[in-house]
Design a protein around this ligand. Sequence first.
Ligand code: PEP
Ligand code: MN
Length: 364
Amino acid sequence: MKIEKLTNWISVKERPLVIAGPCSAESEEQVLAIARQLKESGKVDAFRAGIWKPRTRPNTFEGVGLVGLPWMEKVKAETGLPITTEVANASHVELALKHNVDILWIGARTTVSPFAIQEIADALRGVDIPVMVKNPINADLALWMGAIERFSNVGLTKLAAIHRGFSTAEKSKYRNKPIWSLPIELKRLLPELPIICDPSHIAGDREFIGEVCQKAMDAGMDGLMVETHITPDKALSDAAQQVTPMSLNNIIEHLSVRKLETEDKTFEETLQKLRSQIDQVDRELLELLHMRKNIISEIGLAKKENNVTPLQINRMDSLMKDRNDLGAKLGLEKRYIEELFHVIHTESVRLQTKIMNDFSGSDD
Ligand code: PEP
Ligand code: MN
């Protein structure tokens, strides 16, 4: 997949790229007032505003629609900031392109639908415009990848992903649970793909925007998209999670942005040395797991000869207790040891069950 560097399509002062602006464009005055304050801060690289809003319930504010696009064009003319909005179908694409929108984004509710994504991709065939793809509302990496692939397949190369958290049944302090391992895995599969974090839709509450931005920086993300409003409490959508341009300034100033890599030779050497130690420890761990597997096979055969079940609850309880106690003495996190031995023990039971049902007694 051909993916261009972020700096090929947007001028970024320094990491993180900052995209800011209201959840929704509400009026020409609102859009311009926010954009002016953001421009003045000197910390923002692009202006966002939702024109068509995918609302959960009907009869709520669903965006101003077409009339808002000239307001966005005014923002661009006056501040020089590139403008971005959400598109969810081919007609949105057509109108956004007609009104010189610089960057498009795909909302979480659209990424879940391959039909909608294909329709948007087809409308963008032959157009050279950056597209940022939000994660689908459910934690499905393949669906996220699939949307990015559909855009790549029609020739788009200026692509980025946005982590905006996932909808879950679990109760949490956040509106949409961030699952950092997913964007990290996406980056591993597509190393060139810029990843942006949307702390606003993750947090759902302005109080937590700063901490989510910091987490995104610690995870090495390239940018932030933060919903910003001059009078957040009066916003027509997502009021609780929007911040003023001044608080956005404050959040960005307090971020600790560590380098993604360094050219410092001594540091590189130390890191190399420690990494080779880790490689060695991991190899030994694997050899120990191999030894463990051989012993488990012998136990399996012995149990088979004596007609005893593979899973013995008492043994499992005492094993877990013993490993937890030893782990605690060694300063290892209880949850970590529990999860680790759960996996190891489940595999042992699987292996023994296989041996019991297999006349040759081998695992292969
Ligand atoms: C938005 O950015 O305002 C929005 C609707 O986001 P999401 O698609 O992440 O819910
Ligand atoms: Mn919003």
